[in-house]
Every structure is written in structure tokens, then in C-alpha cells.
Design a protein around this ligand. Sequence first.
Ligand SMILES: [Zn+2]
Ligand SMILES: [Zn+2]
Length: 240
Amino acid sequence: MLSAKIDTHTHTIASIHAYSSLKENIDSAKAKGLTGLVVTDHAPGLGLGDTFPKTYFGNMRKAIPKNVSGLRIFKGVEANVLDYDGTLDLPTTTLQKLDLVIASCHIQVVKPTTIEKQDQLWINVAHNPYVDIIGHSGDEHFRFSFEKVIKEFKKFHKIVEINSSSFPTRQNARKNCREIALLCKKYEVPITVSSDAHFYTEIGNFKEALDMLEDIDFPQELIVNRSVESLIAALPHCQK
Ligand SMILES: [Zn+2]
Ligand SMILES: [Zn+2]
């Protein structure tokens, strides 16, 4: 049975369109038997208001303990890709202060274009040493040439996200994620499964993603969030 013990993509009220506090998310993670939680609120580029500027992310390590209620808390962000050059919406000086950085494309921020340009966008993102995770990789809007670009993710030590909440909500996400996961298996590219929770009840909800991975006989050792130790080992900028 495949499993994941840390939710690597979760939102709090600091994301403006999410509705739980960090404490509520921590309590929910603990109740579900997780051993860690990554806080990845949306960076300001999503345009949901400028209430939470970069200082919110810059102060996380100082303000939030490493362990709370027996859970390891990882300080992260869901950064926005702003353009086809792969520019992110937070400066390196802020990204450096975080344990984990997800880079995501959202249609509110960057307009979908041709597959060729999107290949280059993702390759540019992969070249950024502060990016750890390729966010909701199966999103049809930002589709890329899977085989070509996944090899590049491997070369630059990126982790590919299989975002469980995408399956019912994002067009073709289930089909795309399956194809992507098969290639990650073939080329031994590490992945993470995540909930992308915007409310505490969703924390740790990876069932759809894990079922699909079971179905393709995906190896447990390529799931980096299988344990706190394996996740720390996969994150070059994480506090030890
Ligand atoms: Zn969101
Ligand atoms: Zn998200």
C-alpha cells in the first residue's frame, strides 16, 4: 500500500481564498496521522490582494517552531510563475528563507500559450535552484511535452507534484497525472502527493492520487513525502 505522511501543499487564511488557520490545519494533520505539514500559502502574484506581502514568508522560520504538537512544520510557499521566462513573484532573498518552494502556473497570472513555449517555461522554472516542486503538473492549461520536460526535471533535481484535488476539478488532470507519473517511474523522478487544501478537512486527502499511483505500480521510494526524513533529504534549502 502506497502512503504519504506529510501534506506538501496546504493553504491557510493567509491565502485570502482559504478558510482555516495554521493551528486548525495542524490539528487536522495530527488527527489524520500525518507526521508533518508544509504551509504553502499563495505568494502575492496571484492578485488576491496585497494583504500578505513577502514579509509574511520571510518571517515564517523565526515565528513558527520546527515542531508543533509532534508534527514537523515545513515553511513553504506556492509561488506564481509570472511569465514564459519562468520568473517567480518572490525575490530570491525571500525564497532562500523557506524550506520548500512550489512553482505553479495559474491562469489568473500567466496566459496559456503553445506547448513549445510552455515547454520552455517549465524548463526555465526547472533551472531556478530555489524551486523544489513543480506545482499541479497535470494542469491541462499549462501542458508541456511530458517526456522531454520530465527528463529536464530529473536533471535539475525537481520534484513533480501529483495534486490530488486537481483530479475532479482540473480538466484532464487525472489522465495527465497518470501519464506524468508513468514517466516519473520510468526515469526515476521523485514525486510528491498533496491535497492543496483550502480548508482543514481536506488536509491529508491524497486518496485519488494514491489510488492512481497504486494502479500503475508506482514505487513508494519515489514518493518524497513518505516520511519526514525522506522529505528533508529531498529539499536542499530545508532547515535540518
Ligand atoms: Zn488557492
Ligand atoms: Zn495551492
